[in-house]
Write a protein of this length. Sequence first.
Length: 331
Amino acid sequence: MADVAAHAGVSAQTVSRVANGFGGVLDETRELVIAAMDELGYRPNSAARALKLGSFRTIGVVSSTLSTIGDIRTIEAIAHSAAVEGYTTTLIPLRAQAEGGVKRVYSRLQELAVDALILNIEKQLLDRAETLVPPGVPIVLMDTSADDTHVVVDTDQFDGARQATEHLLSLGHRTVWHLTGPEESHPAQRRADGWRQTLERAGRDVPPLLRGDWSAQSGYEIGRTLAADPSCTAVFCANDQMALGLYRALREAGRRVPEDVSVVGFDDTADAVAYDPPLTSVHQDFADAGRRAVAAALAQLRTGAESRPGVDVVPTELVVRESTAPPPRPS
């Protein structure tokens, strides 16, 4: 700021007023200061500004993707919970597959005028993010396996998968196939772990893992293979969208849900009751997860101390509808 003041030929106080958006500065002087900032590459330090002004009343949310209903519902819940507490949210989408985009987002983390950050990103991106977050800004992580340095709010993915798999086995199915999400996804990995370990504990065969990308299209494409296998009578899908694609593939192959194949989803989206038949699904309480994430961030702000690292687990619950039934009797 002192360099900008010297370059523009004004006082440091004038630069401060321009940088913080205060009045009392002539238009021509403001333009002169802004030009000096641009020429010198000056960026306001959000941590220093927060110390001076007290609080921005803003929580930053960084998300790996906005393409899945789970991520959208999580961000919506965070924004709502923050608003209840009198905070706004700043959303920064991060596309992991675009390296240049990742670097730009991490650069912006140094400039953000936020009081806390909630990171809804995969573990492999966290180390780079943490080195660029302004010092003293509280961090809360969502749905990640990185639980040794920060507070983590994580839906009980493993137990939800256990409930889904045990439900299908209890109906009499010999085994359960699993349509999982992307390999880099923590929720997908935990759901696959819950499915696999439940089958192993029950002494059942574990079918090959089938990997989709959360989309209904991937559920359809994999579903065409499953529909052609008469031994497949039960499928646990890692989200409701892939279950929707599976429905279509089964219907095209002349296999009925649930008379021929039982299907369970995950997320319990609002549309699950409109599936034909209504979809049995693992319910995630996105609103509760959002509340817990915001509460953890604000607790650090209000106490001025970092919370002890650990995982705050949000329970899941299986909601049984008409897409599951006992397997067909051998002809």
